[in-house]
Write a new protein. Structure first.
Ligand SMILES: Nc1ncnc2c1ncn2[C@@H]1O[C@H](COP(=O)(O)OP(=O)(O)O)[C@@H](O)[C@H]1O
Ligand SMILES: [Mg+2]
Length: 295
């Protein structure tokens, strides 16, 4: 393959992209000083997925990969008495308490406007709570700023309802872009790209452009992009919101597969059917109030 990801200048490399794509990539790719290694040294992936690239999650290797994850001990996500009121006075979340353990798969349900996206935005550091504490991967989010917040964000994969792909880049380039901008070597990009595309069933579409793909395929590209850098936490905000039931099931199946190789997954959906046919824990938001529906 001749992969030619456009070389972004990290200060200004995203100009020319649609605003929301740029906003998404900018928060993901913000220039950071690597915690370890020199420039160009890839961030340390979780060992589960570096040892077992996505797509190789056979059941025999799952247990081994789960037990070999070298992440800090403790829950992946903790919210303590978290409230969020937007500047216009909208109360999006009220006194939310939630713990998500490593390796969990959690559904967050609730009607439109109930606070689902806000909850994920708080976990991703895109919004700040007015009250309460949030811990992600043992880091207190309120204490993280600038570089350290950007480093944490790199360890969180995010998937949106509307995909947010770069329109004039191929599937391969869209997925490789994140790695490239994080300073991964060309060799490492290739090592990660193919198993990831295979895992989402898109190895045959690597040279297609987003507008040549179905909605389901575009969403699978965005999942590949979210996990290609092997984050320990994946947040998916209504990932099936624009999809028919068959494609929705396929997306959930991929998220479950990622969970089986050790990634903690939090998915919001207002699709009660998807939640009913699955046996994962479920919490529900109603007017910003969270309650546990199924543990
Ligand atoms: N940026 C914002 N500014 C003001 N109000 C907002 C903003 N984002 C969301 N809200 C409000 O917060 C509430 C929760 O929104 P949201 O988290 O998007 O809900 P959901 O994702 O469940 O549809 C809604 O009342 C919404 O109008
Ligand atoms: Mg929402």
């Amino acid at each position: 393959m001749t992969m030619t990801p456009v070389a972004p200048r990290l200060d200004d490399g995203l100009s020319g992209l649609p605003d929301e794509v740029r906003a998404h990539l900018h928060s993901r790719l913000k220039v950071v000083v690597p915690a370890q290694g020199g420039p160009g040294a890839p961030p340390q992936p979780i060992s589960a997925t570096s040892a077992v690239p996505p797509g190789n999650g056979h059941s025999s290797s799952e247990a081994a990969s789960k037990s070999s994850v070298k992440e800090p001990a403790g829950p992946m996500v903790v919210l303590e008495n978290v409230s969020k009121v937007y500047k216009n006075g909208s109360q999006a979340l009220s006194q939310v308490n939630l713990q998500v353990n490593r390796g969990d798969f959690l559904f967050v349900t609730g009607p439109s406007g109930s606070g689902k996206s806000t909850l994920l935005k708080l976990l991703y550091g895109q919004e700040r709570p007015n009250e309460g504490n949030i811990l992600v991967n043992t880091e207190r989010l309120d204490r993280l700023k600038g570089n350290r917040l950007a480093m944490l964000r790199r360890r969180i994969g995010v998937v949106f309802q509307d995909y947010k792909l770069i329109p004039r880049r191929t599937v391969a380039e869209n997925v490789a872009f994140v790695l490239w901008a994080q300073g991964f070597t060309r060799k490492e990009i290739h090592r990660r790209l193919w198993p990831t595309l295979k895992m989402v069933g898109l190895q045959g579409k690597s040279q297609c452009f987003p507008d040549e793909l179905s909605g389901g395929e575009q969403q699978r590209v965005s999942i590949a992009r979210a996990v290609v850098s092997t984050p320990p936490l994946l947040l998916a905000d209504e990932p099936t919101g624009n999809l028919d039931s068959e494609n929705s099931l396929q997306v959930i199946k991929i998220l479950k597969k990622l969970n089986s190789i050790g990634i903690t997954v939090i998915v919001t959906t207002h699709d009660e059917h998807l939640v009913r046919i699955s046996n994962h824990p479920v919490v529900q938001l109603n007017n910003g109030v969270l309650r546990h529906l199924r543990c």
